[in-house]
Design a binder for this molecule. Structure first.
Ligand SMILES: [Zn+2]
Length: 598
């Protein structure tokens, strides 16, 4: 997705002689305009979590010139947790969540959109308010165009001019801004208090982090701290030194050497380098993720109180719009699936029965699980057709990957029978389409809906060219999906079921993905990856009994995306299956799409 490598090495962050502009915000806080640009993040010679050194591009942003002082914090009626009480000293003993809360309060006070969701504490990077810096932003600002041990060079003896640290602090914090600033005019980037970043900490994140504006792992136990503090050794103040702390929201754990400063996006300020990039036809930095949707999907009506409602798609679309993601996605419209493609999976008698049942205003198709309305046949044709249209967009390279917000869902549908809210098996028809139309033989279908995709399994049970991998609650509806169902004939071992007991959550799912899916999929080496993306394993979903969080879905997405990138140039189409808790569904789809967009 990012084809920036060829210019790395020949362009650098702005000339350091060029000191960035400083502004004073409405509430009187000084901020430095940090220019966008490339830098080398990490170091090779110290601890393993700092390597490998990797090229990172950052968009421009504003950063507080000083650490947040106690007097500033108290302006928002937030109680001062600091140990070394003094209005001019940096705030400390602050847990991560309260630092994020301060960012929101300050955003509101200045008329900006807050970045943090105060329930999940996820950061909306599209909002224009204040937030904690990403780890990459912090290091980039700290280095200010240098790649030495400190921003003033490699001579540790000079650190005392720039920092309050163990050698000169007398065991306490000091007023902010007393030492020399770095080359970009930022004070106390080393010492005094170490500073919270927005990122979760992961020791090996640098090996897989994206090149442009990396935002850290989607989940983790601890948040990153940078810069060292009054009690740190000189080596723990280095530009690339990483530490972390578990006191995300536990005030009792927060220590008196931890503070923070804020940043804010400066998207309207394009740096010269960014302009150079957008002018160069060979370079693309836009996300190429498609979003397939059509209002026809709302015309498939179910009975009152049925969980599979049109509101599910409304919740998804609303969320993407509110978070500013919708406009960054490439909108795709579905075509109707023709009979030719329906018949690769279903019998002609069944297709005819669906059409007639809808025409005749029959209330249910095959069982009371699957209520229908007059427009359901049409909607179902567009749901299956949506997967085909999404596939075309990927194959024509209009997009790299796509999420299809379709209904009715498909993975329970049998060749001649509707089942479990499903009419046509959208994903199975998609797989046959890719094989026949594009001559790509090997398809991987990953199904993380809480229910076993019995319909999909049945279609490909004997087929060695379609690997079906399903992780699901078991025993549970629809009854199938034991580990012993491994495929038949030539298809033996190409059907992989990972049945999990009720109550399983992120760690069980991710373990299955790491230990079972990854090796099998890479060995299989698919030409195309399809995802039956059901979100009913979400912890709040009433139809499932699992405990998966949106971050868990994000991590599963990352693994599947890595498989597609390794095996088939990232070709991936994800298709909505279940997911019935509207808020949980929106949270999860948002998390899923954010990873697809990276
Ligand atoms: Zn389901």
């Amino acid at each position: 997705m990012l084809i920036l490598g060829i210019i790395s090495g020949c362009r650098r962050a702005k000339d350091t002689a060029d000191v960035p502009e400083v502004i004073t915000t409405k509430t009187g806080i000084e901020m430095v305009a940090i220019p966008g640009g490339w830098f080398e993040m990490g170091s090779e010679n110290w601890t393993s979590d700092e390597s490998p050194i990797h090229e990172v591009w950052l968009s421009p942003f504003w950063m507080d010139r000083f650490e947040v002082a106690q007097e500033q914090f108290k302006k928002y009626q937030l109680s001062d947790p600091s140990h070394f009480k003094n209005p001019e000293h940096p705030l400390e003993q602050i847990n991560w969540t309260d630092a994020a809360l301060y960012c929101n309060e300050r955003s509101i006070a200045e008329g900006f959109e807050p970045c943090y969701d105060e329930e999940t504490w996820q950061c909306n990077f599209d909002a224009n308010g204040y937030r904690l810096p990403t780890e990459a932003e912090w290091e980039y600002a700290c280095r200010a165009g240098t790649n030495t041990k400190f921003s003033f060079g490699n001579d540790t003896k000079k650190l005392k001019n720039y920092a309050w640290f163990s050698d000169n602090s007398s065991g306490k914090t000091h007023p902010v801004g007393q030492k020399k600033p770095n080359l970009w005019g930022l004070y106390d980037m080393y010492g005094n208090v170490s500073e919270w970043c927005n990122d979760f900490y992961s020791e090996d994140y640098y090996k897989k982090s994206p090149e442009k504006d990396p935002k850290g792992p989607a989940m983790g136990e601890e948040k990153v701290l940078r810069g060292g503090a009054w009690n740190s050794s000189a080596d723990s103040c280095r530009s690339s030194y990483r530490s972390s702390d578990p006191s995300i929201d536990d005030t009792c754990l927060a220590n008196d050497a931890i503070g923070f400063r804020c940043v804010r996006n400066a998207n309207n300020r394009k740096s010269t380098e960014e302009q150079d990039i957008s002018n160069d036809d060979k370079l693309q930095i836009v996300s190429k993720t498609g979003f397939l949707y059509d209002d026809i999907y709302l015309d498939h009506k179910t009975t009152d109180g049925h969980p599979e409602t049109p509101q599910r798609l409304a919740a998804i679309v609303d969320r993407l719009k509110i978070k500013g993601l919708y406009s960054q996605l490439i909108a795709l419209s579905p075509e109707k699936a023709s009979l030719e493609w329906l018949l690769t999976v279903h019998t002609p008698e069944y297709v005819e029965r669906v059409e007639k049942s809808c025409d005749n205003n029959i209330l249910y198709l095959d069982s009371i699980d699957t209520p229908i309305s007059q427009q359901s046949y049409e909607a179902a044709l567009f749901a299956a057709g949506g997967v085909l249209s999404a596939t075309d967009a990927v194959m024509e390279k209009k997009v790299t990957n796509t999420f299809c917000a379709v209904r009715p869902p498909g993975h329970h549908a049998q060749k001649d029978e509707a089942m479990g809210f499903c009419i046509f098996n959208n994903i199975a028809i998609g797989a046959r389409y890719i094989q026949k139309k594009y001559k790509l033989q090997k398809i991987l279908i990953v199904d993380w809906d809480v229910h076993h995709g019995n319909g999909t399994q049945a279609v490909f049970y004997d087929d060695p060219n379609v690997m079906y991998f399903s992780v699901h609650q078991y025993p549970f509806y629809p009854g199938t999906g034991s580990g012993a169902e491994k495929g038949g004939g030539e298809g033996l071992n190409y059907n992989i079921n990972i049945p999990l007991p009720a109550g399983s959550g992120d760690s069980e799912y991710l373990q299955a993905f790491e230990d079972k899916l990854k090796p099998a999929a890479i060995d299989f080496s698919p030409d195309f990856v399809l995802v039956s993306a059901g979100f009913d394993a979400h912890k709040d979903d009433l139809l499932g009994g699992m405990n998966v969080t949106p971050q868990g879905f994000a991590e599963m997405t990352r693994i599947v995306k890595q498989i597609a990138e390794k095996c088939c140039e990232g070709r991936l189409v994800s298709v909505l299956e279940g997911g019935y808790h509207l808020e949980g569904l929106a949270d999860s789809v948002e998390a899923h799409i954010r990873i697809l967009m990276e």
